[in-house]
Design a protein. Structure first.
Length: 508
């Protein structure tokens, strides 16, 4: 009798680990650290354009190089955390993230900022896989884990709200580099709280950390994403085609090596699980479809509608409110209805809202924009929370870091591809605006450059140029929103079939 009951007692003790909710607060801070950094960049873009005078291509690199690097390293860092300890890699990564934020803040050239953003990607790659993996090991009760994942996702959404608001306040009182320095106090609190409350966890039999696999993953991801970006911006060239082939070959080599190694960096058998593969694909395409809106919305609010940075930050708040509210109830909704109904319904709602944004104009009133952002946030909150839960539930605890890294790789790869493809649509349409005589060539690089150039032109020329530039930018945003809507609606249909019969774990 005693031997029969003992495993149940051990399992119950594991499910009710003391201090697990306080430990979750440290993971929430890590998510905030990354989310705030990602969102403040959009607000700071006009100021970076004015101060550093980057070209249109450099501006896109500033926006997406972080995602390029982090996408290439997430799987490697997630697997490294499984091996050396997820708590250890989280705390080391958070410290590095704070230190490198200082380099971003004091960058003096576009090239220096791009390099600093790339280094930030290296540090950021250690954070997100570790947070989800630690949740998987902290919360063994499925319903508690669903709530913890919801809080984790809500924190990311809250970061998207806090970032623009705090960033907007800082931009109105300090220079653009100050938006990166807000990472420092968050990092300090995270390290202090995390070091005391987080339990260490790792794979007990992980095998070696294969450096050849790390290199293949990094080269393959960066080369493929770079090739897509360049092809979208400049068309298919010999260099672009060569880069794409190099990246494809490296990724093929990575997959082949994982299938033949006894202890791979990433167990490719995870993708045999239809729920896991469907959730990962849904995340990638969702972020791809939304990224154009996310990257260019702050520029629209400030440079087209003339809002101050703080006001622009507040204008984006409904998206975060919707995401937080949806994330906290998503697990319950998926158990009451179904996983595919919640995910597909959320994605369809985002698609419809993006389609509504194709009607934006310079004079569009805020109620329309605010309502669309609320729907975007709520739909994304339902989808991302449930797919994260599905991914965590589909793998053993020992592989939680690698599985979480796959999820985050899909997110970052979607962001990089979305900014490259949809961003190139906006940039391409913008550059073709009908400029009046006397317009400097630099004004065609970006809307921020046009606003800066207008200060040196005669009033009639400046007014005509800005009107044409803003109209052209808005037309580009229409096309990007329409393309994003099509991607989201198609993804909603795909998720309906891929997540068929998928269920969240239940207690007991």
């Amino acid at each position: 009798m005693t031997s029969t009951l003992q495993p149940a007692r051990v399992a119950e003790a594991e499910e009710r680990r003391p201090g697990r909710w306080l430990a979750l607060s440290a993971l929430v801070l890590a998510v905030l650290l990354v989310a705030v950094d990602a969102t403040v960049l959009g607000l700071a873009t006009p100021y970076i354009s004015e101060d550093l005078n980057p070209s249109g291509t450099q501006l896109l690199w500033i926006g997406d190089v972080y995602s390029f690097v982090i996408a290439g390293l997430l799987v490697s860092m997630g697997s490294l955390g499984d091996r050396i300890g997820r708590k250890r890699i989280l705390l080391v990564g958070a410290t590095a993230f704070g230190a490198i934020s200082v380099l971003n803040a004091y960058a003096t050239t576009p090239g220096m900022l791009i390099a600093a953003r790339a280094l930030l990607g290296v540090a950021g790659a250690t954070l997100m896989p570790a947070t989800l993996a630690l949740i998987r090991n902290l919360f063994h009760d499925p319903r508690e884990r669903s709530l913890a994942v919801g809080i984790w996702g809500a924190a990311a959404s809250a970061g998207t709200a806090v970032g623009p608001i705090v960033g907007g306040f800082l931009l109105e009182h300090f220079w653009w580099g100050s938006v990166f320095l807000i990472n420092l106090p968050v990092m300090v609190v995270l390290v202090l709280v995390g070091s005391r409350t987080l339990p260490e966890s790792r794979n007990p039999a992980p095998g070696p950390w294969d450096l050849i696999s790390v290199v293949l993953s990094l080269v393959g991801m960066i080369a493929v994403v770079y090739a897509v970006k360049e092809a979208a911006t400049h068309g298919l060239t010999g260099v672009t085609a060569t880069t794409a082939l190099l990246g494809t070959a490296a990724l093929y080599g990575f997959v082949h090596r994982q299938l033949t190694m006894p202890k791979p960096l990433l167990d490719m058998r995870l993708f045999r699980n239809r729920g896991f593969s469907g959730a990962v694909l849904a995340d990638l395409l969702t972020v791809l479809g939304m990224s154009g809106l996310v990257f260019f919305l702050s520029q629209y609010l400030q440079l087209v509608q003339g809002r101050r940075p703080f006001e622009a930050g507040l204008a984006e708040l409904p998206a975060a409110v919707g995401a937080v509210a949806a994330g906290l109830v998503a697990g319950r909704a998926a158990r009451r209805h179904s996983v595919r109904a919640v995910v597909s319904g959320g994605l369809a709602a985002v698609g419809v809202a993006l389609a509504a944004l194709t009607t934006l104009a310079q004079s569009t009133g805020y109620p329309i924009l605010g309502a669309a952002l609320l729907v975007v946030g709520a739909g994304a909150g339902f989808s991302f929370t449930v797919t994260a839960d599905v991914i965590l539930s589909s793998v053993p605890k020992d592989q939680a870091g690698a599985a979480s890294a796959v999820s985050e790789t899909a997110y970052e790869l979607g962001a990089a591809l979305g900014i490259a493809l949809l961003g190139s649509i906006v940039t391409g349409v913008y550059r073709g605006f009908a400029a009046p005589p006397g317009t400097p060539a630099a004004a065609r690089e970006s809307l921020g450059a046009a606003v800066e150039a207008s200060t040196t032109l005669p009033a009639p020329t400046a007014t005509a140029m800005l009107t044409a530039a803003r109209d052209s930018f808005t037309q580009g945003l229409h096309l990007a929103s329409g393309a994003g809507a099509a991607v989201l609606l198609a993804t909603a249909v795909a998720a309906w079939f891929l997540l068929k019969n998928q269920k969240l774990e239940d207690a007991g």
